[in-house]
Design a protein around this ligand. Structure first.
Ligand SMILES: [Zn+2]
Length: 292
């Protein structure tokens, strides 16, 4: 990917003020287990951190719940600039596609945990979108795990995660998210399949941005421009975080009734549809039987 450093106006940096408060006290967590839970929770939509207890720490345990000023590295600051550049590009793409509907949002960067309008969230929740404050929440540590644990390296794999969350913002602005929530409340047995369709649509909407970003000549204008191999990185990420694969890794078997994001094949397919078309109309996961 080629991208240009911006002014971070698409970022709310809460890395210094975030902290995890569970039961009023700081909880020691082993870093490895903590990060794996973050990935699984993000990809399955389930918060597995409830599996943790205060004895979960080991040699690498850290006392989360910090309030110290943010300490960072040049590599992490580069990552912040990257997220800002991707966010800017994704948002300007949507502002063009939905000129009367799109409203700008920001990524709230946090560490360990944060008090969002959707409640107290931990890094174990993974990246998420909060409809109440219409913000994307991201702990940059998630990107390390995408590469090291799930074999999905590369900048476009990370950009895909950001674009997926903005996809949820688009669903909110267009009213799709509210319709799905209402339908889920009316019919609890359909809650899970509806959630899968919502997630697959966010994958497709991420692909719609990928299509825009793959057009030549963008880098010269200071925009994000994809390079050879980037699309494959995104597809690898989509395949790596399908519910079926995650479940097999953790339980050794697949339980479709617990899918909330879709299988690897479904995620790849819908991401591809968005990529190929560049048209949000191609992302109607609710009308298409492919989401079954
Ligand atoms: Zn999602």
């Amino acid at each position: 990917m080629r991208w240009t450093q911006g002014d971070r106006s698409n970022i709310e940096d809460a890395r210094g003020r975030s902290g995890l408060r569970m039961g009023g006290g700081a909880v020691p967590l082993g870093i490895g287990g903590f990060i794996l839970l973050a990935l699984i929770s993000w990809a399955t939509g389930t918060n597995f951190s409830s599996l943790l207890n205060s004895t979960a720490g080991d040699d690498s345990s850290v006392n989360v719940g910090r309030s110290a000023p943010v300490s960072s590295s040049p590599a992490e600051e580069r990552e912040v600039d990257f997220v800002d550049a991707v966010m800017k590009d994704v948002q300007s793409t949507w502002a063009q596609l939905l000129p009367s509907q799109y409203q700008a949002t920001r990524v709230v960067l946090f560490r360990d945990g944060i008090d969002s309008a959707c409640g107290m969230a931990e890094s174990a929740t993974g990246p998420f979108y909060c409809p109440r404050d219409q913000r994307v929440y991201l702990d940059l540590g998630f990107f390390d795990d995408l590469r090291s644990r799930f074999g999905a390296p590369g900048d476009f794999a990370r950009a895909y995660v950001v674009a997926h969350e903005v996809g949820h913002h688009v669903q909110r602005l267009t009213g799709i998210e509210q319709q799905v929530r209402a339908a889920q409340q009316n019919n609890p047995t359909a809650a899970n399949p509806l959630s899968v369709r919502l997630e697959l649509q966010a994958d497709c909407l991420a692909g719609v941005w990928g299509h825009a970003a793959s057009q030549p000549g963008r880098a010269a204008k200071g925009q994000v421009e994809l390079e050879t191999g980037d699309v494959e990185e995104g597809l690898r990420a989509a395949a790596a975080i399908g519910d079926d694969r995650l479940q097999r890794m953790t339980t050794g078997r697949v339980m479709p009734d617990r899918f909330t994001h879709g299988t690897s094949a479904q995620r790849v397919e819908w991401f591809r549809r968005g990529l190929a078309s560049g048209n949000p109309d191609a992302c109607d996961t609710f009308a298409n039987s492919a989401a079954h």
